[in-house]
Design a protein around this ligand. Structure first.
Ligand code: BTN
Length: 248
């Protein structure tokens, strides 16, 4: 990060999607690295695989951060998911136990989803030019309309109400710190920490691939983000995101 340029924090009451807002903003004006767009409400919050992201007005953290990680090759973009996931899991772990990272970048409390992220990278040639990390963390919402995928908020877990600005601040401190570690080429340390915080990171668990269900344990996650599962009979398989599903 360029120390002479202070990241901007842009607050909007309402927008379709903070990822989209940030992308459109960048078409007319360049923002310093580390800048953030945070909204109280999204009319069309986007989730992974074309899903929508539910969030009641003013209850949760909805934001997108901006990086220019032009030192990261395109086939290593998963490291951005890892630092973003760790920043959220470290932040939430200050308030409750049982926070884990469900491959590739959902944040879970026990068997429920407390945070989702949508990372959108812009490539130039073999490297990343800009990267937007869109993050939705369920903080103070107490009822969810859609039951997919098994949402939970911090308030539902602890009974307390939280100040969204303080939570964002805590996230950002950690996120910037992890990003500096990336600049210092501490990828392996970051990856080791990501693996230590994995959802179902030890033991055998049920998975589904198409119509087939099977038990396996997570043997590794490659720098490309592929998941390596080892079945009880010793066979290993390599999966890209969405090619295999945890059975909850
Ligand atoms: C998922 O499906 O798990 C990803 C959800 C990502 C939601 C966040 S909320 C802020 C940002 N803006 C969006 O439209 N989506 C992301």
């Amino acid at each position: 990060m360029n120390p002479t340029e202070t990241p901007r924090i842009i607050r909007v009451a309402e927008t379709a999607s903070t990822n989209r807002y940030l992308r459109e903003y960048l078409q007319t004006e360049k923002l310093p690295e580390g800048s953030v767009v945070v909204a109280s409400f999204q009319q069309a919050g986007r989730g992974q695989a074309g899903n929508t992201w539910e969030s009641a007005p003013g209850r949760n953290l909805l934001f997108s951060t901006l990086l220019y990680p032009n030192f990261i090759p395109a086939n290593r973009q998963f490291i951005i998911s890892q630092i973003t996931s760790l920043s959220v899991s470290d932040t939430l772990s200050q308030y409750t136990d049982h926070i884990t990272i469900k491959w590739p970048n959902d944040i879970y409390w026990k068997e429920k989803k407390i945070c989702g992220m949508l990372i959108e990278n812009d490539l130039t040639g073999q490297y990343i030019y800009s990267s937007i990390q869109g993050i939705g963390i369920n903080i103070n919402q107490t009822e969810f309309q859609s039951n997919a995928p098994n949402p939970v908020s911090l308030k539902q877990i602890t009974g307390n109400t939280y100040k969204l600005d303080e939570m964002l601040d805590q996230f950002l401190q950690r996120f910037y710190r992890y990003y500096i570690e990336l600049l210092q080429e501490k990828d392996q340390e970051i990856h080791n920490k990501y693996m230590r915080h994995l959802f179902r990171g030890t033991g055998y668990h049920p998975f589904r691939e198409g119509d087939r269900t099977f038990e396996a344990h997570i043997q590794a996650i490659e720098p490309t983000g592929h998941l390596i599962l080892k079945e009880k009979n010793g066979t290993t398989h390599r999966y890209a995101f969405k090619e295999v599903h945890f059975i909850l």
